[in-house]
Write a protein that binds this ligand. Structure first.
Ligand code: ADP
Ligand code: NI
Length: 217
């Protein structure tokens, strides 16, 4: 199959799969990650098809929305890619991206690495910070019926993967537990540059938030 046809088929598959997804993990999140991946890939030596498929399929069945099961995503992707006749080595690379992209507390050893994973991971992280990051985070908190903020509940750094997944803390804590840490975890030089500006926006959002919370003028 031509690469462009395969990409179009993958886009249709992902749109259909994610049609009822939570607002921060829907098709538009995938589309933004896809576009950011292409932007970052311009400055890297990489296999573009693996980057494209990895970006499009990276959240095809997020374990958060599948009872914690981390195998559904990779299995769904494999069944789909096999059905499209994608060669084994491309398929393995794409599935490795899906298996290794997630933050999950940031406190575990990466078992796999590739430039294609680094690109898609940076693109996914960029969509977790900045204005979009703020919007997605409060959307997710609302989806989980979490409080916006509670000054009595402190953020917890260096959580284990399980503690991170089972966290029920107020949404504002997520900024300290993940979002503000991402800038220093970026892999590529383009990713680092883009992250800096989005990071500063979040810092300014937080200082405005506290000023308003505390009734300051
Ligand atoms: P990861 O598993 O790598 O942390 P996620 O898919 O969980 O990636 O995170 C994507 C986005 O979902 C986050 O950047 C954030 O906007 C939202 N999100 C995830 N967990 C939480 C949480 N505990 N509180 C608020 N938002 C969250
Ligand atoms: Ni994602």
């Amino acid at each position: 199959m031509e690469d462009t046809t395969l990409i179009q088929t993958t886009i249709s598959f992902v749109k259909e799969k994610l049609k009822d997804a939570e607002g921060g993990h829907d098709w538009f999140h995938i589309e933004r990650v896809y576009k950011n991946s292409l932007l970052i890939a311009k400055d890297e030596k990489c296999d573009l098809l693996i980057v494209q498929l990895g970006a499009l399929l990276h959240d095809i069945a997020d374990s958060k929305f599948h009872g914690g099961d981390e195998n559904v995503g990779p299995e769904t992707a494999r069944t789909f890619l096999e059905g499209q006749g994608v060669d084994e080595s491309t398929m393995v690379q794409v599935i490795s991206i899906i298996e290794n992209i997630s933050f999950k507390g940031g406190n575990f050893e990466k078992k796999f690495d590739s430039i294609e994973l680094q690109i898609v991971q940076d693109a996914d992280r960029l969509d977790a910070i900045g204005a979009i990051g703020v919007a997605r985070t409060f959307n997710y908190g609302g989806f989980k019926n979490r409080p916006i903020y509670n000054p009595d509940i402190q953020p917890v750094l260096n959580m284990s993967k399980d503690a991170y997944k089972n966290n029920t803390a107020p949404t504002l804590n997520h900024f300290y537990e993940k979002l503000l840490l991402l800038k220093d975890k970026m892999n590529t030089s383009t990713g680092k540059k883009l992250a800096q500006q989005r990071h500063e926006f979040m810092e300014s959002f937080l200082s405005q938030f506290y000023a308003e919370w505390n009734g300051e003028k």
